[in-house]
Design a protein around this ligand. Sequence first.
Ligand code: ADP
Ligand code: ADP
Ligand code: MG
Length: 660
Amino acid sequence: MFSKILIANRGEIAVRIIKTCRRMGIKTVQVYSEADAGSLAVEMADEAVLIGPAPAAQSYLLADRIVDAVRQTGAEAVHPGFGFLSENPAFARRLRDEGIAFIGPNPEAIEAMGDKITSKKFAAEAGVSTVPGHMGLIESTEEAVTIARQIGYPVMIKASAGGGGKGIRVAHSDDEMAEGFAAVKAEALNAFGDDRVFLEKFIVDPRHIEIQVLGDKHGNVVHLFERECSIQRRNQKVIEEAPSPLLDPETRAAMGAQAVALAKAVDYDSAGTVEFVAGQDKSFYFLEMNTRLQVEHPVTELITGVDLVEQMIRSAYGETLAFGQDDLKINGWAIESRIYAEDPYRGFLPSIGRLVRYSQPEEGERDNYLIRNDSGVREGDEISMFYDPMIAKLCAWGETRDAAVDGMAGALEDTHLQGLGHNVPFLSAVMDQPRFRSGQLSTAYIKDEFPDGFHGLAPARRQIDIMIAAAVAMNEVQAEQAGDPSERTDWIVLVGDQAQGVTLGYDDEEALVLDLVGEDRALTLDGIDWRPGLPQFRAVLDDEPFTAEVKRVADGWTIRHRAAQARVRVLSPRIAELYARLPEKQAADTSKLIQSPMPGLVVSVAVEPGQEVKAGETVAIIEAMKMQNILKAERDGKVKAVQARAGDPVAADDVLVEFE
Ligand code: ADP
Ligand code: ADP
Ligand code: MG
């Protein structure tokens, strides 16, 4: 076996690869950019080599630097992780020429599957069902419109070199086709340096189902069943699971057989993924093949017990697959949530910063489920604007889908991040939605369920109880610690503007008992785990444990339980009375301002003082994490002042443009 492997990646996937290497007794070398000098991966690896400044183009994407680092450390193989150089055939070939093993497929297979047009042709030849469409390149807008009419709208416009959800657009009409064709071409040239575009039928309301394959250098290929990745935003996966709630054994076998046929057709000799879109009627069509380890590979590992990174290493070393198709079985159900540094309350815009606080549930078995957490960061680390905004991948495994969903909901409840915007409340919302529970998934799920964006979920009855109980308990704990217990037993608790009277007492076991005034019900709160200053409140309410995120605000608390958040105040009846008579405070009028939705760099400002602007017109463009965000006027108006210029760094909420 190799004795030393170099990891040409960063973040959680680097950490994940190091873990397997350690288990196999293989030494690791971690390359890093200046931004990652203090990273967890660098700390965990046996050796580390600085390869350049923060921008990936000056570090992680430089094959020369990687090869130098291999030479310098005597590593025998390179694991590229995903992204960066992982699907770059020139890099794989270069390593081969230099006598260094590439832990991935052979360069010819990468090349064959490297662009969507070529891979689709290969797939069709290998007997794989492909999305109806036009297999060739399209040169002009006129040609695009003609072909789109032949295919029949809606039509998907795709960049052949596309990836990561970029370079994809749907057109429903000739006009949209003409506009979209130009847009995809431009985006593809900009993002991938390749403006080849093709068209295929847009499958309405589909599901994304992909097959994991694994091959060796001796012609053996097996599949490790499917993953469903239908919960997507901007064509990018957010929640994945295995197996898929849609498939029956026959469809699974058919998809698996097609994926294996395609892999064999290109002499595939590592871990890879064949992606399909599937109709709700279980029809399925090939999308693309990803010739690398996939972000969501842990769910497959959890249901099969196979360590895919280990298998990639063994295949790269030349070992024969130690198992055949019949040795593989699906065991239970696994779900993965991608925790991103993005603010769900602000249209999921990137929200980077320092992880001032970071705690996640411990990995391992619980009563009904198992938690795995692939993370690459520690408390105090910075999520920078240079790389992917993914913080961690939280996975839950259970015997059944319900157990796995319960596990995920609990694990998310136990996850606390502070210092940046993150999508944990959003992920929690999905876990608590009946539609997700029922497995009625589609790539339109997020659009269907959150048509106006994400604003949290209204608290359910138990969540209101949790908020009331937690606020009252925190009040008591604080008063006690201050040496000033009021001994008041009657309180009014405001959850938002809903008032609930409570009467406090203690039962024989010293648990807090809250009688709810006007309701024939009491809450029993036990095992309180909180002290002033802690951001998480843990306790057992009516025999069920919970964790809530709590924050002290001027006259009370902000409490979040899962996707529900509310302002909670504990008042004496006299103060509550006064409150009721106070006029509502007016929120500051921000309707005349265009503010930066996130920290970033001003790319351009399209307006000047005195200019009349119509609703929908572009006002400014902000760039953060390689994404350009176009800020548009929300209503007609005249520009009063412009407070930002191209090149300015801006913080979230900085005013860019003011209207009269
Ligand atoms: P796909 O949607 O094609 O299956 P994934 O969702 O697995 O791809 O990842 C999206 C894209 O972003 C891929 O090209 C992947 O290689 C890249 N990527 C994702 N996360 C990272 C990361 N942490 N570092 C580098 N590249 C990444
Ligand atoms: P990428 O390389 O960006 O991952 P894919 O071809 O895998 O590109 O497509 C990404 C996502 O876009 C898919 O997971 C699916 O949700 C959607 N998609 C792609 N092609 C189609 C299609 N023909 N019809 C409907 N949805 C599609
Ligand atoms: Mg894809």
